[in-house]
Design a protein around this ligand. Structure first.
Ligand SMILES: Cc1ncc(COP(=O)(O)O)c(C=O)c1O
Length: 387
């Protein structure tokens, strides 16, 4: 073995002994409530395709039409030859959904966060960052060299106390809209208030709220009635919209600045035009079929109640992300594999993705009450087995 390989192998071995080694599953079906992998069909509670539209006939049709028209790849950066009218149309649509003046689309959500933060921040900035913010936000802040002040998760007293100390300096408050592993919602109305009081900007990563929250699917800002009041709103097309790519929506000067300064926009090949077409159609479907959002939130509420009655520690939230907190990585793996034996897939989430291991249940608008029954029954069976 090459000496460096030994170093990598020994790290992997240490992960194995702590039950933290990952094994990829190889999926062989679209992202709907049934997943096929390793030659078996599973009822899945593990996808971020919350609205359940990955096989929507209109979405497939618009993708096929765009493929016919524009071919496969985009051929270059948006600044060279990769800029298509469909990218611009998508940007107008997302700006309007978010109540902002303008928007910019990137090849992925992760790339959006890292690029936007590095374009805007430097070591003169103070960043107030929720402790549980997504890894792409944390990486973006770290790479920028800005001073990072972590505040307690969703704790507005802690945020305000910290913000007060830096009043008058160049600062920004950054939070997830919906937290990806806990499923709770940041109180954006309070965050905007604190930012205005102390003269800071706000940035929200609404990867998991966009398309889901608010009557119009506008996301967390719509839910808290602060649509258009967040300075920089980021999100992805890769979750509720069943597509790919990230976006940022903001006032015109911020977006124009990012067109000139965001390196992940400047130095990366644009999203293929047919993917942009799929995203655009997905937003339209989410607006024309609000029943998907309504059903999703009803199912989420019902499942939470049922789990609570059965003694599971479940937070009082409304989103389709429902974590079941467990005592150790091993317990998370054991429960996940117990469910898999029964034909149900729920992913085990372990450090470093989270501090406390858990099963992350995520619901889709295509789930039914009977699907919830099946999940609850098997969770009961696990509890009874462990007594
Ligand atoms: C909160 C949050 N932000 C950003 C991202 C990155 O988005 P993408 O998967 O489109 O790169 C994710 C994806 O997991 C996320 O959960």
């Amino acid at each position: 073995m090459f000496p460096y390989d030994e170093m990598f192998a020994s790290h992997l071995n240490s992960l194995e002994t702590k039950h933290l080694r990952r094994k990829l599953i190889t999926v062989d079906s679209p992202q709907d409530k049934f997943l096929f992998f390793h030659k078996k069909k599973y009822l899945s509670f593990g996808s971020n395709s919350y609205l359940g539209i990955a096989q929507h006939p209109q979405l497939l049709k618009s993708g096929r039409k765009a493929l016919q028209k524009w071919g496969t790849g985009s051929g270059g950066s948006r600044l060279i030859t990769g800029n298509y009218s469909i990218h611009e149309e998508l940007e107008r649509k997302i700006a309007s959904l978010k109540g902002q003046e303008d928007a910019l689309v990137f090849p992925s959500g992760f790339q959006t966060n890292v690029s936007v933060l590095n374009a805007i921040l430097n070591n003169e900035w103070i960043v107030f960052c929720d402790r549980l913010n997504h890894a792409s936000l944390l990486d973006g802040i770290r790479f920028s060299g800005a001073k990072i002040i972590l505040y307690k998760h969703i704790d507005m007293n802690d945020l305000e106390e910290k913000a007060k100390k830096f009043s008058g300096q160049k600062g920004i408050i950054i939070t997830d809209g919906v937290f990806s592993m806990d499923g709770d919602i940041a109180p954006l109305h309070h965050i905007v208030e604190i930012a205005h009081k102390y003269g800071f900007l706000t940035m929200v990563d609404d990867a998991h709220g966009t398309g889901i929250l608010g009557d119009d699917g506008g996301g967390s800002s719509s839910f808290w009635c602060v649509k258009g009041l967040i300075d920089i709103e980021m999100g992805t097309f890769s979750k509720a919209f069943a597509s790919e790519g990230g976006f940022v929506a903001a006032r015109k000067p911020i977006i124009e600045y990012l067109r000139h300064m965001a390196r992940g926009f400047m130095f990366s090949t644009a999203l293929p035009p047919h993917v942009a077409a799929i995203s655009l159609k997905a937003i339209e479907i989410s607006q024309k079929e609000p029943w998907r959002r309504e059903k999703l939130l009803t199912l989420s509420q019902k499942l939470r109640q049922r789990l609570k009655i059965r003694g599971w520690k479940v937070f009082d939230d409304i989103t389709p992300i429902i974590p079941l907190l467990l005592s150790s990585p091993q317990e998370a793996l054991d429960l996940a594999s117990f469910l898999r034996e029964k034909g149900i897939f729920v992913p085990a989430i372990r450090p470093p993705a989270v501090k406390q291991s858990r099963l992350r249940i995520s619901l889709m608008a295509t789930h039914t009450e009977e699907d919830l029954d099946r999940l609850v029954e098997e969770l009961d069976a696990w509890k009874n087995k462990s007594l």
